[in-house]
Ligand binder design. Structure first.
Ligand code: ZN
Ligand code: ZN
Length: 432
């Protein structure tokens, strides 16, 4: 029996209703990336009541809670806090009705349609169990609530704010995400579990003129069109068919009137890859092609490249994942499964990368079991509202309990292993 999930079993009847109301409160009060002031206060206050040493405003709104419990490994547990600029359409009684102004002054809805409210609630519940049952484990726990995951800025902002100098280096970094999948199931994977995601803005410069006198212009519309077509040859002609790569130009803008040749054109593109080498090849090829097309058009200056966001590949440490997978199977039985890599991206891995320690990220299903089974039988899993959809709404039970179990189970691999605690090295956990 796992000592940490056994502790959860003892607490569950009292703890779950409390966490449910915390979850609904967070859900009703979502905040955009890098503005998670209230969420940070809720999580930091909670950690403090559980006896954690708490640091606030680490990297804008980040929260780090530290709980020392004798000799043993240090485990970092991470949750993200930000919501999205989406008008919620779940129809839930606790749906968000929050509206804010974005940078351009336009009114936008805000909602937790990526489930980060659940991630915060999970980590708070885990903190509570660890704090109340210190006899069940040994070591040090870092509970990290990070801002700005959706924009890829939060983890880096915490690192830049001296996180590594201020807190002990963990032996492992653990994180989890709610996804479409049968509620209560847990999906793990060794190696790549999430893609790298790179978004770029490319501005191409021409020379504006009257539409009737093309000889006096350098037409950025043609330049942009040729560039858009040629960029599609990167995946088809420069990347091996066995490698994963996607390049999408999601936005292309130039001009306002049919008889004015505009001054410039702007492309916004998104790249997804699962290998650092392929990623580097793609990024270099984008630059090369954009520059060459501009030269071909006799552009007056080089194109301007702006990084909109950049997420590295999330590559789970193989040995650590195998150990967690064994523990998941013991805890969840059939409900633990090996997942395919997802096309989405995360900045979670930055902590493990920068600290040069293993990291493991996994998925927890949040779709009502009956709804999921019906969609699966009808071959319509793709129609279920996914993360970022205005209708994304994980069912609270059993998703809430499953996320608590999953994180406690994974943490127990390090925190409840006396051999590892003594020697500080990885050892297979002995069955008791
Ligand atoms: Zn998201
Ligand atoms: Zn997310």
């Amino acid at each position: 029996m796992n000592p940490l999930t056994a502790a959860l079993d003892i607490e569950a009847s009292e703890l779950l209703p409390k966490l449910e109301s915390i979850y609904k409160d967070l859900h009703r009060n979502p905040e955009l990336s890098m503005q998670e002031v209230r969420s940070a206060d809720v999580t930091a206050d909670y950690l403090q009541t559980q006896g954690f040493e708490v640091a606030r405003r680490v990297g804008v709104t980040g929260v780090v809670g530290l709980l020392r419990n004798g000799e043993g490994p240090t485990v970092m547990l991470r949750a993200d806090m930000d919501a999205l600029p989406v008008v919620e359409a779940t129809g839930l009684p606790y749906a968000s009705s929050v509206r804010v102004r974005d940078e351009d002054g336009a009114e936008v809805g805000v909602s937790h349609v990526c489930g980060h409210d659940l991630h915060m609630t999970w980590l708070m519940g885990v903190a509570r169990i660890l704090s109340r049952h210190r006899d069940a484990w040994a070591g040090t726990v870092l509970a990290v609530f990070q801002p700005g995951e959706e924009v890829g800025l939060g983890a880096q902002s915490m690192i830049d704010d001296g996180m590594f100098e201020r807190f002990p280096k963990p032996d492992v970094v653990l994180g989890q995400h709610v996804v479409v999948g049968e509620a209560g199931t847990v999906g793990y994977r060794s190696g790549v579990i999430l893609s790298a995601g790179d978004s770029l803005k490319v501005k191409l410069f021409g020379r504006g003129a009257h539409g009737s006198q093309p000889q006096t212009a350098i037409d950025p519309v043609i330049m942009a069109a040729a560039t858009a077509m040629r960029l599609q040859t990167i995946v088809s002609r420069e990347i091996a068919p066995t490698d994963n790569a996607v390049l999408t130009i999601g936005s292309l803008h130039a001009g306002v009137r049919e008889n004015i040749i505009p001054e410039d054109a702007t492309l916004r593109l998104n790249i997804r890859t699962t290998d650092e080498g392929v990623r580097a090849t793609m990024l270099a090829a984008v630059r090369r092609i954009c520059c060459a097309e501009c030269q071909a058009s006799n552009a007056p200056r080089e194109p301007e490249f702006t990084t909109i966001s950049s997420f590295p590949v999330t590559r789970n440490d193989v040995e650590s994942t195998e150990r967690i997978a064994l523990a998941f199977k013991a805890q969840f039985g059939e409900r633990a499964y090996e997942t395919e890599p997802a096309g989405a991206s995360e900045d979670f891995s930055l902590f493990g990368r920068a600290w040069q320690v293993p990291y493991v990220f996994w998925f927890v299903g949040g779709t009502d079991a009956e709804t999921y089974a019906r969609a699966k039988a009808a071959g319509q899993l793709n129609t279920l509202p996914n993360n970022h959809s205005p209708k994304f709404a994980p069912v609270i039970h059993p998703t809430l309990g499953a996320g608590l179990q999953a994180m406690l189970t994974a943490a127990s691999v390090w925190l409840c292993n006396p051999a590892r605690a003594r020697h500080g090295t990885l050892r297979p956990r002995e069955e008791t």
